[in-house]
Structures are given as C-alpha cells and as structure tokens.
Design a protein around this ligand. Structure first.
Ligand code: ACO
Length: 333
C-alpha cells in the first residue's frame, strides 16, 4: 500500500531540476539546482506522479544552446489516481525556446554536434562583434589577467541567444518574468571572457522616456531617458569572483557618459544586488569626489542638502540617500 502514499510520488521541483553548464574548452561540467521554480511548477514547487524524477537542462558555455531531458524510475498510472501532474517536461518546454535551432530535446549527440559547430564558427562571438557595442574591457585577475569584454546588444540583434538564457532569470531572480523581446527599448549587456569566449553573465536593461516638464518638451527634441537595470545575473559557476561588480561598474560608467541618460534605476534589487551596488557606488564616489569638500559640508551640517549637486552620479533619490549615510560612516561621522 506504500506505493499509493502521495508523499512517495511527490518531489520538490527545485531538487528535480538539474542545470549543468558545460565548459567545452576544458570539458568541465558544473551542475547546480535552481533557487526558484514556482514560475514554472507553481507556488508549492512540487511535482507529483513520478519516482526518482530528474529534469535535466544542460547548456554549453559559449553558445548557451540548451539540451533538455527527463528521467524517472516510475510513473504513477493515470487511471490509478486522478489529477496527476501533466508531463513536467512539457511544462518546462513552455519556458524554453520554441525553435529547433535554439533547443535540443533529449538527443545528446545532436546537442554536441550543434554546439560544436556553432562554437567552431564563433557565431555568438561574431554577433557580439558585428551587432554589439563594446562598452568596456577589464582584466580578469582570477584568470591570468585574461581580458573581459562587456557588450551592449539591442534585444532585436540577440533574440536567439536571449531565448536560450532567459530561463536563468526565472530560476535565480525572485519575481522575474520574461521581457518582451519585440520591444526594442530593451538592451542586453553581456560579460564575456574574450579569450575563451565563455559568457559569464548578463543584464537586461530598459530605457524610459523621462518627462522633464512641458517647457522642456516643447523647446527641444533632445529627449532624456531614465535607464533601468531589470534582470542582473552572473551564471552560478562564476559567482563570487568579482564578475558581478565588473558588469555593474561597466554599465554604470557607460550610462554616466551618455548625455541623454539622466537617471539610473534598478528594478526590485535583492539583498545581494543591493550589497554589490552599495559597495561599487561607494567605491566610485570615494574615487571621484572631493572628500575635503564633503567634510566641509558635514561641518556645516549641509551635506544631505548639497550632496546631489556635489556628486552628480545620476542616481535616484533613495540610492543617493543610502550613499550619503554610507559616506558618513566611511568618514567616521
Ligand atoms: N575572489 C573572491 N571573492 C570575490 C572576488 C574575488 N576576486 N571579488 C569579489 N568577491 C566577493 C565580493 O567581496 C562579494 O563578497 P560578499 O558577498 O561577502 O560581500 C562576493 O564575492 C560577491 O561579489 P561579486 O563576485 O562581484 O558578485 P557576483 O559576481 O557573485 O554577482 C550577483 C552577484 C549578481 C548577485 C550573483 O550572485 C547572481 O547573479 N545571483 C543570482 C541572481 C541574482 O540574485 N541577481 C540579482 C537580482 S536583483 C536584479 O536583478 C536587479
């Protein structure tokens, strides 16, 4: 009778989904579980009706071509109990690319052949070079000073790659949903190792028109924009190595230089992103601001009031306020 107990046929979808990232230069495979699967399998994050269920999702590090597969030892017969979960592979497929060029189902041999072909043609890298804007270069201190490139790609030029990676946002960013890839106001910023061509992380960003009042609107067609970081992600095997800071600083410095961008915002930052942002904003501030002037303003008790004009960081009010507090702590006030 044990075999009819519901708990024997119920599994956590966070544990069943196994994501692998294959580094095809070193043949090293890193496997990890998602943090969230509720956007796909519902709030309870459970799958019913299988024993030893595994939903395998493998990606290759330069093309991010996904391979999806399902394995289980037993499936509950549908006529024995009602309400059996529909096939969890079909559910997962709803969130994966629809075209056969961007997804391989079950056929591992075909997956290896397809990504090897794409990788040897450097197709993703060539697209970055042809259609992207190289906004920054950094040295990777964790990898013999290999070069890191940050490319800005309009979504219209990177739909295939984005369709392959976007499921990571659902798996790792709480509350994330898919962006409208037909809206050309979306840009995707990619962090890539220029030597190995491995893609390390990405950020989706949106540009909002910034209304500055009727007078300004009537007098000039030189419109201003507010830029927003929407989804920001470093792929799990590369986290905790400083790459998130590099991607953030690159986007931030680039936006600071754009005359038509007047404010930078972040959509629903989580605790770890707040930490990354605070640390980098404070470091930028300390490097670029006249600390003597700040001390003077502190003495005159007018720092909060004069801070925005002193630093001109294009930050929203809330973040400016946090920075003022952090700066005071840093100065020991
Ligand atoms: N060696 C070892 N550790 C380092 C190095 C280094 N060279 N450089 C930095 N670190 C440390 C940092 O000091 C930091 O430590 P702390 O957390 O104790 O302060 C830690 O590593 C993380 O800093 P980074 O490495 O720069 O950040 P990371 O590359 O891990 O990126 C991020 C952070 C984006 C949050 C990443 O973990 C991630 O993608 N998480 C999953 C998705 C997510 O939560 N995204 C943000 C959601 S909010 C939004 O999208 C707007």
């Amino acid at each position: 009778m044990d075999s009819f107990k519901p708990e024997n046929w119920t599994a956590s979808s966070n544990e069943c989904v196994k994501i692998s990232l294959l580094n095809s230069s070193t043949d090293k495979i890193t496997t990890f579980n998602p943090s969230f699967t509720y956007p796909i399998y519902g709030d309870s994050e459970q799958i019913f009706g299988f024993k030893d269920l595994e939903l395998i999702l493998a990606f290759e590090s330069k093309t991010f071509l996904p391979l999806v597969n399902i394995k289980y030892s037993e499936q509950l017969e549908k006529d024995k109990i009602g309400n059996v979960e529909s096939n969890p592979l079909d559910t997962l497929l709803e969130y994966l690319p629809k075209s056969a060029e961007n997804l391989v189902i079950k056929d591992e041999k075909k997956w290896v052949e397809t990504f090897t072909n794409e990788r040897d043609n450097d197709s993703v890298w060539k697209n970055f070079q042809k259609n992207g804007e190289l906004i920054a270069k950094h040295s990777d201190t964790t990898k013999k000073n290999q070069s890191l490139h940050i490319y800005k790609m309009n979504i219209s030029k990177v739909k295939d790659l984005h369709s392959r990676i976007q499921i990571f946002a659902l798996f790792f960013i709480e509350g994330a949903s898919y962006i409208d890839e037909n809206d050309d106001d979306w840009d995707v910023y990619f962090l890539v190792n220029a030597e190995t061509k491995d893609i390390l992380g990405y950020a989706t960003c949106y540009k909002y028109w910034f209304y500055q009042g009727a007078q300004q609107f009537d007098s000039s067609t030189n419109y201003k924009y507010r830029s927003k970081i929407s989804q920001f992600l470093i792929f799990p095997p590369y986290q905790g190595k400083g790459y998130g800071s590099i991607l953030y600083k690159s986007i931030y410095s680039y936006w600071l230089e754009q005359p038509n961008i007047c404010e930078m915002t972040v959509e629903d930052p989580n605790e770890s992103f707040d930490l990354l942002r605070d640390r980098n904003d404070l470091q930028y501030l300390i490097e670029h601001i006249d600390l003597n002037e700040i001390k003077l303003q502190v003495q005159k008790a007018s720092l909060t009031q004069n801070f925005p004009s002193l630093c001109n960081l294009k930050l929203e009010k809330k973040q400016l306020h946090r920075l003022t507090e952090m700066l005071l702590l840093y100065l020991g006030k």
